[in-house]
Design a protein around this ligand. Structure first.
Ligand code: PLP
Length: 384
């Protein structure tokens, strides 16, 4: 079966038993399954970074549990480990750490804290598949990890996701949940194939910005299969048919795309080093690649003084600079209380989410991006 072939291919990269990998329609669904397998229920508290995608707290809220945010460190854009313990209460059940932009969290320290308080750990590796931490693939250390294969991820199947379960008692429970997965409908699969074809033949540097805007507009209104369904961004109600299985189209595409992962990883590293060198020479904020051993560098984060203007200028020159995370729970801009978030409690995340942009790392020629940041060097922050 194509799904088991896909699991085998993923297992080779994660250096794990393919039977411990579980496939889903999206990464967020994998997280939901992990939390469900952990027995998360009403009023349980789940710790997560105050710098993530809103679908992460959504998965927690769909189980009637409470997201408890922790501010981030400006070095890695991941949770400030020294602030985790103050967020732990008698209701805490899980700590979720993240690979923001591919940068690792201080996973060992997080696991030490979790063990001390008898908590589960989950690594959100949606940005970090293919990267390593202390010599092992991202996702190897926590009780479970989840990954995304949505557009812009380390490898893409349009939309898609999977989990790696490292704790045997959880494997049994995740296996039981397999029977509850809804199969994608014929129409959903057809829509996905159309998007993949469109993406392959029509997206280029000239059409990128207008098509991204059109895609976001249509998916917000549920007019096409989007990364987010409209109601995931405006409400905390679980969308219908959320707990969905992967389709064979995604599995087939995943097998094909995985073959390119190693060369892309090399390219990402090369571009990230060039950006680091340039920013360092110009005394601007840069990612210190000595922090952990082998980042994936899905994107290269940069802090700017006027983000709207910076993005507008990039668009004019057809440079695909990204806008994650424009809020601590991207892309939410209002009604934060629905997601139990008071941004004033997380000053680092609050400031960074007003200044951050990301440079592309998967491009063959970085000269245009380097020229662009050189021209607009005054807009790049020298300090956090
Ligand atoms: C940090 C983070 N976690 C989780 C997800 C969810 O992944 P998916 O879109 O596959 O559900 C995303 C999506 O982009 C993300 O950026």
């Amino acid at each position: 079966m194509i799904e088991s072939k896909y699991k085998k291919a993923i297992g080779l990269i994660l250096k794990c038993n393919p039977d411990n990998i579980f496939l889903y329609w999206k990464g967020r669904v994998a997280l939901y399954a992990i939390l469900k397998a952990m027995g998360i229920k009403k009023d349980d508290e789940i710790i997560l970074p105050a710098f993530t995608c809103v679908v992460v707290p959504n998965a927690i809220i769909y189980l009637s549990a409470k997201p408890v945010y922790v501010d981030i460190s400006p070095d890695t854009f991941n949770m400030e480990v020294n602030r985790i313990e103050e967020a732990i209460t008698s209701k805490t059940k899980v700590i979720i750490c993240q690979n923001t932009f591919g940068l690792s969290s201080n996973v060992e320290e997080i696991i030490r804290i979790a063990k001390k308080h008898n908590l589960f750990t989950i690594e959100d590796c949606t940005h970090g598949f293919g990267g390593t931490y202390n010599g092992k693939p991202n996702g190897s250390y926590c009780d479970a990890a989840f990954y995304s294969t949505q557009w812009n991820k380390p490898f893409s199947t349009g939309i898609g996701g999977f989990s790696l379960i490292n704790k045997s008692e959880l494997i049994v429970k995740v296996k039981q949940l397999e029977q509850e997965k809804i199969q994608p409908s014929f129409l959903e699969q057809l829509a996905l194939v159309s998007l993949l074809i469109f993406n392959r033949y029509f997206i280029n540097k000239f059409t990128y910005w207008s098509l991204v805007r059109l895609y976001r507009f249509l998916s917000k209104r549920n007019l096409i299969i989007g990364s987010n369904q409209g109601d995931e961004l405006s409400d905390i109600k679980m969308p219908q048919k959320y707990f969905k299985n992967i389709s064979s189209i995604q599995a087939r595409m995943g097998i094909r795309e995985l073959k390119k992962l190693a060369s892309f990883k090399k390219l990402r590293g090369k571009n990230a080093s060039a950006y680091t060198q340039f920013l360092k020479e110009n005394h601007k904020v840069y990612v210190n690649n000595n922090l952990f051993d082998n980042h994936l560098f899905l994107k290269y984060p940069v802090l700017v003084t006027n983000r709207d203007l910076f993005l507008k200028l990039a668009e004019k020159e057809n440079i695909s600079i990204g806008d994650w995370f424009l809020s601590p729970i991207h892309p939410i801009k209002e009604k934060f209380e629905l997601w139990k978030l008071n941004r004033d409690h997380f000053p680092v995340a609050k400031i960074i989410s007003t200044k951050i942009v990301n440079l592309p790392t998967d491009i063959d020629d970085n000269r245009k991006v380097l020229d662009f940041i050189k021209t607009h060097i005054d807009m790049i922050e020298s300090d956090f």
